[in-house]
Ligand binder design. Structure first.
Ligand SMILES: C[S@@+](CC[C@H](N)C(=O)[O-])C[C@H]1O[C@@H](n2cnc3c(N)ncnc32)[C@H](O)[C@@H]1O
Length: 547
């Protein structure tokens, strides 16, 4: 039975491959010529036509699931660009699993791979449909293959020796501050000039199935994603929390930086059960047991007055729009600003409202973490290129909690935050990564530090009590009006009016604080983002959107 099914998959795969190779033949003729039992012909027709028509959708789903990498099967040794046949077989099997008969039968490794991930693939397909994601599959860009040495189990010297045993040469580190791109020739490896313990191989190099990767001594992790743990760089005795951990790349990078003799700990939160299981497995494989503790729980449920009172260092890498992921989406990593720089222009099917909702959750997570009494350093990151999830979040956090400041993250990284007036107090402290400039996914990292008590007191002293009053009088320094004050004003307006349209609230804010309409629009957005609980008498405040 399974053999018959595999036979049909193989025939379908060959037809699609031949069709692509010999443009003139056409699918129809190939289908008629196929040697299959009479009863199987209609199945073959449906399979080939369906897989052909739905290719983009199927590959977009598989890509989002990380399957396009996984499909370079464990048997492959480096370097091994994936054989084209595997991709085409994947296309057929995915069609059967998700859109055709909805059954996965056969005997090949691809069939096993899809079978094992069927439920999760179905979920991804449903969620893509729900959010109206476009189905254009753009083949992967030429991204170097990055490999990180896991210092809990290995060393740079062992990694070098291992690669050399495959005939790879380590070429010297390049390092001119202006050029942060990575170009590695085939059969060469190059240590990263910024991220310690990270090396790059030529694009298309597969390390899946490699013995050190399988054992957790080497970790396949994108360059940009290494910036978060590096921005945190906790000492070996730190008590760390990762608020959003699965699948565990940054959690385990933090652990690796703390080293095998660390006396501290890492508590790794993950609220999704499925993803928690992956996290737990990775911690085990990568030598984190005992020292890194997975916690299946929403970090927002932590009572900051009684739990995790000794935590000093925190990683926050929350759910985001993923708009920087060139490898998965083929989306641009250019910062996309609309005509009005406050507009959000989203790519890959994530709409403005979703991005705002994400930014609100991101802000809340940071503000919640900042309340832990011993917290002193936080690294915040996203794989988004939207300012709404990046600089805007930093600005809102700083406005909402003056006890913390944004300090330089990974100073060696040459590309910093957006050069926009309102971000100028911290833009040079945050990092941005970009595919074209840094040969990696679009990414953002900020490092927050709690101010010393003396400093807070000093600031309290120099700021005159009626600073807010002055700011109100000075329309140009509208950024100085605190979020608290604006929130109070919004609440009051809505309380008096019952319910209000956004436009009206904006107008009234502009009048009350003597700021211009554009600034009022931006500040109102900050108020809404910063306050999950815009409440009056225990009821959530409702601002009606414009008709
Ligand atoms: C961008 S991914 C994290 C990737 C991870 N840091 C890594 O490098 O492998 C975000 C993860 O955080 C989880 N998450 C989001 N908000 C959370 C919260 N409030 N508490 C716990 N987990 C959360 C999501 O389920 C998702 O698995």
């Amino acid at each position: 039975m399974a053999r018959n099914a595999q036979n049909l998959i193989d025939i379908a795969t060959n037809i699609l491959l031949t069709n692509e190779r010999e443009h003139s033949t056409g699918l129809k003729n190939l289908l008629y010529d196929a040697k299959v039992a009479a009863g199987q012909r209609s199945m073959l027709f449906a399979m080939v036509n369906g897989a052909f028509k739905e290719r983009d959708q199927l590959f977009a789903v598989a890509d989002e699931e990380g399957l396009m990498d996984a499909v370079a099967l464990p048997s492959s040794l480096l370097p091994n660009p994936l054989p084209k046949r595997d991709f085409t077989e994947l296309q057929v099997v995915l069609y059967e699993a998700l859109l055709g008969s909805r059954r996965v039968r056969g005997t090949s490794a691809i069939v096993d791979l899809v079978k094992g991930r069927k439920a999760s693939l179905q979920k991804t397909l449903a969620s893509r449909r729900k959010r109206g994601a476009t189905n254009k599959y753009v083949p992967k860009v030429q991204m170097p293959r990055y490999v990180r040495v896991n210092y809990l189990l290995s060393s740079d010297a062992e990694a070098e020796e291992h690669l050399k045993s495959y005939g790879y040469d380590f070429v010297p580190k390049f390092s001119t501050s202006s050029d942060n791109t990575v170009n590695v020739a085939k059969n060469c490896a190059q240590w990263d000039p910024v991220v310690p313990g990270l090396f790059a191989l030529a694009p298309g190099t597969s390390m899946h199935g490699d013995e050190l990767v399988e054992s957790g001594a080497l970790v396949l992790q994108d360059r940009s994603s290494c910036l978060t743990a590096l921005a945190l760089s906790p000492p070996p005795d730190a008590k760390c929390v990762d608020t959003c951990s699965a699948p565990g790349n940054k959690t385990m990078h933090v652990a690796s930086l703390m080293g095998p003799n660390a006396t501290g700990s890492v508590s790794a939160f993950e609220r999704s059960h499925q993803r928690y299981l992956t996290l737990e497995r990775r911690i085990g494989v990568q030598g984190g047991e005992g020292f890194v503790k997975p916690i299946e729980r929403d970090f927002m449920s932590v009572d900051v007055n009684s739990e995790f009172q000794d935590v000093t260092h925190i990683i926050i890498d929350p759910s985001c729009s993923g708009s920087g992921l060139v490898a998965s989406y083929g989306a641009g990593t250019k910062v996309e600003l609309g005509e009005d720089e406050n507009d959000i222009v989203t790519s890959n099917g994530v709409d403005e409202e979703t991005v705002l909702e994400l930014a609100r959750a991101q802000t809340e997570l940071i503000l919640h973490a900042m309340q832990l009494p011993s917290a002193k350093t936080i690294a915040y990151s996203t794989c988004s290129v939207h300012r709404t999830e990046n600089e805007d979040v930093v600005l809102n956090v700083l406005n909402s909690n003056p006890d913390w400041e944004c300090v330089p993250a990974v100073p060696k990284w040459p590309h910093r935050g957006l050069d926009i007036e309102e971000f100028k107090s911290f833009a040079s402290n945050v990092c941005r990564a970009d595919y074209e400039k840094d040969s990696t996914n679009g990414f953002f990292v900020a490092r927050f530090e709690k101010k010393e008590k003396d400093e807070v007191a000093k600031n309290d002293k120099v700021v005159p009590k009626d600073v807010e009053k002055d700011a109100v009088e000075d329309a140009t320094s509208a950024v100085d009006i605190s979020i608290k004050k604006l929130t109070r004003a919004v609440k009051k307006m809505v309380k008096e009016a019952g319910e209000l349209k956004v436009k009206k609230v904006r107008k009234r804010l502009a009048a009350e604080f003597k700021i211009d309409a554009k600034v009022a629009k931006k500040r109102l957005k900050e108020v809404v983002q910063a306050s999950s609980k815009l409440e009056i008498d225990g009821k959530k405040v409702k601002l009606r959107k414009e008709d």
